[in-house]
Write a protein that binds this ligand. Structure first.
Ligand code: GRF
Length: 218
């Protein structure tokens, strides 16, 4: 049987994408990357994918008259690559139902906060400004609500005196690199699914905030 194919959508650096390239290459994930798509020409992650011999493609959102037109082009490109799962990995565009609906239940995102706290941008700075004692990252299924789809897996870090947005990002990012492929592995193994607006793992509904990395046996 052929291995499941993943599309990874990026806008920039591509460190989460690189984790998927590595996971597929080492067999940690029994899958292959069918395409890496960037909405930004020259995104550094594209060069990483090229170096790994993975097909890449740029769809520049500035060339489309509306979000929906861009999303339809993106959906067409992804569909044409015959992929099973779509992973947003630092993809900095808000998607409309024109993209989300065709891939419902097969579309994941990684977000650098403990959702439902701090959807959107500047998450670490906002967590600091609010005096939080913890922040982290969340893998979630994507639905039409921005950063609002059912959470699957979270990992947290304690906020220490003197922390900055940069120091938090440097502690949270390695956790993103653990929880994202883990959630995708669960999905590919058939253990994880989206049913309606709820995520299920091993037949059990996942609690609203998602599973916590430090509480699970992997
Ligand atoms: C990550 O922090 C991710 O959570 C957020 O954007 C950043 C992307 O980093 N959505 P990278 O491009 O994967 O290195």
């Amino acid at each position: 049987m052929s291995r499941p194919r993943l599309a990874v959508l990026i806008s920039g650096r591509g460190s989460n994408m690189q984790v998927f390239l590595d996971a597929c290459a080492t067999g940690l994930l029994d899958a292959e990357i069918g395409v890496v798509i960037s909405n930004r020409p020259g995104a550094p992650g594209l060069a990483l994918a090229d170096a790994a011999g993975v097909p890449t493609c740029t769809i520049d959102h500035r060339e489309y008259p509306s979000r929906e037109a861009f999303d339809r082009a993106l959906a067409g490109e992804v569909s044409g690559r015959a992929v099973d799962l779509v992973l947003l990995a630092g993809f900095m565009r808000i998607l409309t139902p024109a993209f989300i609906e065709p891939f419902a239940g097969r579309l994941f995102n990684i977000h650098p906060s403990l959702l439902p706290k701090y959807p959107g941008l500047d998450t670490h700075q906002r967590a600091l400004d609010a005096g939080e004692t913890q922040t982290g990252a969340t893998v979630h299924y994507v639905t039409a609500e921005l950063d609002g789809g059912p959470a699957v897996l979270q990992a947290g870090v304690d906020i220490r005196p003197g922390d900055t947005a940069e120091s938090l990002a440097s502690r949270v990012l390695p956790l993103e690199h653990i929880i994202y492929p883990l959630a995708v592995r669960w999905h590919l193994e058939g253990r994880l699914s989206l049913r309606g607006s709820r995520a299920f793992l091993d037949g059990e509904p996942i609690p609203a905030g998602g599973m916590l990395l430090h509480e699970i046996g992997r």
